[in-house]
Design a protein. Structure first.
Length: 103
């Protein structure tokens, strides 16, 4: 999904991409692509990690000078918004592939 969503003055979400699907072609992992303080950063979320009390990404990548702040922003400030974006992406992906979560 392509969009420009400004999450804060220094963090913009540009798009999401399905990284992995299950045997029913449902989205399992989704990559988020950001700019943070003008630097390209990305994070990958897994559908099994959405309902836990402790926010967790499968993978994050950011230049070392902003890496800790980037992860902190995602997990401690914008986690609920990112879960919503994951679910929206998953719904769009499943609709495109003709699948649904009850299959």
């Amino acid at each position: 999904m392509e969009f420009q969503e400004k999450l804060s003055s220094n963090l913009t979400l540009h798009n999401t991409e399905t990284q992995q699907t299950d045997s029913n072609e449902q989205a399992v992992t989704v990559e988020f692509n950001f700019t943070f303080f003008g630097e390209y950063c990305r994070a990958v979320m897994h559908r099994d990690k959405l309902d836990i009390d402790w926010p967790s990404f499968v993978f994050t990548e950011a230049p070392c000078e902003v890496a800790d702040s980037f992860v902190d922003q995602l997990e401690n400030v914008h986690w609920e918004k990112l879960v919503d974006c994951f679910c929206r992406h998953q719904d769009d992906h499943n609709r495109e592939w003709g699948t649904n979560q009850s299959e």
